[in-house]
Design a protein around this ligand. Sequence first.
Ligand code: HEM
Length: 549
Amino acid sequence: AARFNSTVLPPLVADLVNHEKAPLYASLAALLLVVLIASSSSSSSSAASKSRKPLPPHVPHSVPLLGNAVPYGVQPVSYLRQCMDKFGDCFTFTMMGRKMTFCLDPDGNHFVFNVKLANATAEGAYDKLTVPVFGTEVVYDVPNSVLMEQKKFVKDALTTSAFKAYVPIIVDEARALFAAWPDSNESLELFPEMAELTIRTASHCLMGKEIRDQLHSNVAKLYHDLDAGFKPINVFFRWLPLPSYFARDRAHKIMTQTFLDILANRRTAAASIAAAVAADPSISAPPPPQDVLQSLMDAVYRDGSKMSDEAVAHMMIALLMAGQHTSSTSTSWIIFELARDPATVAALLREQAEVLTGDPNTPPHLLPELTYDALRKFTLLDRVMKESLRLHSPIHTVMRLVIQDLEYKGYTIPAGHFLCASPSVSQYDPAKFPNPEKFDPSRWETPTAGEDGIVGEWNINGVDIAQKAARSSYLPFGAGRHRCIGEFFAHKQIGAIISMFVREFEFEMKRDSKTGERPKAEPDFTSLIVMPVKGSSIEYRRREALRKA
Ligand code: HEM
């Protein structure tokens, strides 16, 4: 069967049809049935609700089942902005039979990120997608209070001393990957390379050395199959008779067992070390591994219980999935932006030189090793990352399922609706970010006045409040109870990779052979995480002094 072009079809439809070996017609028929049932149950639940206030304006659509899936799926940010211009900052549209109610701008961000658990839940919106991939007993398969404790366990593991150990690991992984590339390349597709580097660094630092060592055998393939089950269609359908669903379930089982084996081996090793030390107290025991896996193995809930081994394994899968595409796409976008901004690359190198040697003119090949403490002083790098995340937030829409009618701005949002926020929309607001399409790290240099005219909406006394408060235009890591816990790790991981990349290479966007121009990379919104369109490539040369003999 001919493959459909996923850039012109909405993501859900593209997902369905791109499995070449799928018994396509049977699957589509099954899907249609499920959609019809979903659609009828969702509309009957809305009809049944006795709204005290009017419903939010409904964006019209002409295709009954898909609703507005096509324009939203292909260009969500600009489509939401168009809807906002016509219907205001709160409106509903239909997608795959579901009612999606968007609350936009800083007020909407605040409302959705801080919605009460009694009214709307993330697990209601995400469980079909996540539980089969992550597994039971974690994240959206447990009450929110348990998730909060699980997030705290992970956060507690990410200490300053852990980060000090992680930065050299990330630097070595980056150096090894770059060393394997030829000295120059006129067409390097960046995203797959950054995905490889991210999985190597994240698995090494967070998952444990054992998983890193298995990356070249089974783990990479298992990750691929799990990832294939992490697509827009999986948000709506927990199970369908499609090959990607079978592969996902198989990969989940094997991946869980892989972690369970590692857990058992660690316990055996710890027991034999303890026995050796007991027999001969002059032996000094090696320190336990400093990774998240070990912290979860040792963590204790407030009620005194511990996570089961399965739960530890499932949490590791959850972290792998949460951190992989978000970080690899963010790294790629930064490089694509820098590929069109040589002045900022030069300034980043001067910053590294100044911080590490005191002389801004030290050439890249003579720069000392990058450290965690140095990374923290790279303020331009920080602004570059912030600005790139403003333009290219990997997660453009967050969702909650309304379980009890809500009131917002004079409307009732009924139970059964998906309540959605899109910080990406406010991050392109021209009133807050003049010339919003432009990559301009300098916009983070000076505190900026907010709508109320108060200077310092994002920076007050050097503290970045946008990261803390939900009534903000800038929320790439979310806010409230579901806020990202991987931000600091991602920041150090991406910062170290970018720093090593600019030291090693001169680079530009790949030249288009027909036009002779160097076009920018375009976003592909058809997967859950916003990635560069397939094939987006750079041209690079290793810096003269670093070339291989
Ligand atoms: C939650 C973004 C990296 C783990 C979130 C949310 C966003 C986000 C927007 C909120 C989702 C919601 O409210 O529905 C990002 C970005 C990243 C990144 C932009 C990188 C540039 C990571 C990494 C990890 C991670 C590296 C793991 C080490 C999590 C977890 C949650 C989360 C556990 C909590 C989910 C919840 O409480 O419901 N992230 N993330 N993230 N992220 Fe990240």
